[in-house]
Design a protein around this ligand. Structure first.
Ligand SMILES: [Zn+2]
Length: 337
């Protein structure tokens, strides 16, 4: 785990609260995926346990053990199981309650981080609320969520809310360069990250993940010449993926947004800002075929579909509506590759 990228305001606030001894018992960290919720949570876990001079010092044994995920008093609950939509059960919360009643083992504060707090079942939430009503001393509970509306209001009201916003592209690029990434690559990854540094860092660690994303983005180009039948088939396939893993499909639609935005940039000749510069030849081939209005309509459609999917609507119908709304282009003999 590296230093937190961005979020200076939130870090300052937390530091001040810590110095004044006014840290809350529980925080709700809200923000888009990969914006840095977990990094900020671990920063706070370090700050409350650090034995160095400027907390967190990132160098004392407490800080180091927390950063490497080997600290007995810092527990992470939730996700990380293939990213699947898995409920957080009451048994898991009871495990937290049991551990929270014990004195810290090796540090000075027990920290429980619930990743993807949206996945807390109703029973689990109620159990957690009991802990929040009478928080044991030396316990810090950090809930991380992308979609806070999915949390019970009673749970939200018991936590101090911290919102993490997407960073500027240049801020992400600068952070990557500080980590030794070449400027051109840093710029490419920063654009791709859409201000969420975790995306850039993951792409850096797993180039094959980035490639898979690019393949997914390129799918839109093929879709435009796809028949009605093919579009219905893809909608059904995506709807099925959505049942198994919501975020997976939301990510695909996010990539499609990037693709359409890139197409618009190519049409306007602003190619320096492309999120997927590797798709430029395809985009340039398509640009004269699709008018700006159709691009704008497609962007709006994707955004609407994302909103509708958020509201638990019929996923298949929403996706069909989207795919049928994309322009239909004549299939052309493409130039030899
Ligand atoms: Zn330290």
């Amino acid at each position: 785990m590296g230093p937190v990228i961005g979020h200076e305001g939130v870090l300052r606030l937390l530091k001040q609260s810590l110095q004044k001894g006014r840290l809350a018992h529980s925080y709700l960290l809200v923000g888009p995926p990969h914006v840095g919720k977990m990094t900020v949570a671990l920063y706070l876990a370090q700050a409350v346990n650090c034995t160095g001079s400027s907390q967190p010092c990132r160098a004392c044994s407490q800080c180091v053990r927390i950063a490497s995920g080997r600290h007995a008093d810092v527990q992470v609950l939730g996700l990380r199981e293939g990213g699947a939509t898995k409920e957080i059960s009451i048994d898991q919360v009871r495990e937290i309650q049991r551990a929270a009643s014990l004195k810290p083992f090796e540090g000075s504060c027990r920290v429980f981080i619930v990743e993807g707090a949206e996945r807390l079942s109703a029973h689990a939430t109620n159990a957690l609320l009991k802990t929040l009503e009478e928080p044991p001393p030396q316990v810090l509970l950090l809930l991380l969520a992308t979609d806070e509306e999915a949390l019970l209001p009673t749970l939200r009201s018991r936590c101090q809310r911290l919102e993490l916003y997407s960073l500027g592209v240049q801020e992400v690029a600068r952070a990557l360069e500080e980590r030794g990434v070449a400027p051109k690559m840093a710029q490419h990854l920063a654009l791709h990250s859409q201000g969420c540094p975790g995306i850039a860092l993951r792409a850096l660690e797993e180039p094959e993940w980035l490639e898979a994303q690019e393949v997914e983005a390129e799918q839109v180009a093929q879709l435009l010449t796809a028949s009605l039948h093919q579009r219905f088939a893809l909608a059904a396939e995506l709807a099925q993926r959505f049942q198994a893993n919501r975020e997976d499909v939301q990510a695909v639609l996010g990539l499609w947004l990037e693709w359409w935005r890139d197409l618009l940039l190519v049409k306007e000749g602003a190619t320096a800002y492309l999120v997927h510069p590797e798709l430029r030849p395809t985009l340039e081939g398509l640009a004269p075929e699709v008018d700006a209005l159709a691009v704008a309509r497609s962007l709006r459609l994707i955004q609407e579909t994302l909103d509708v999917l958020d509201q638990n609507a019929n996923a298949r119908m929403a996706l069909e509506h989207l795919l049928l709304g994309f322009p239909f282009l004549e299939r052309q003999e493409t130039a030899a590759t």
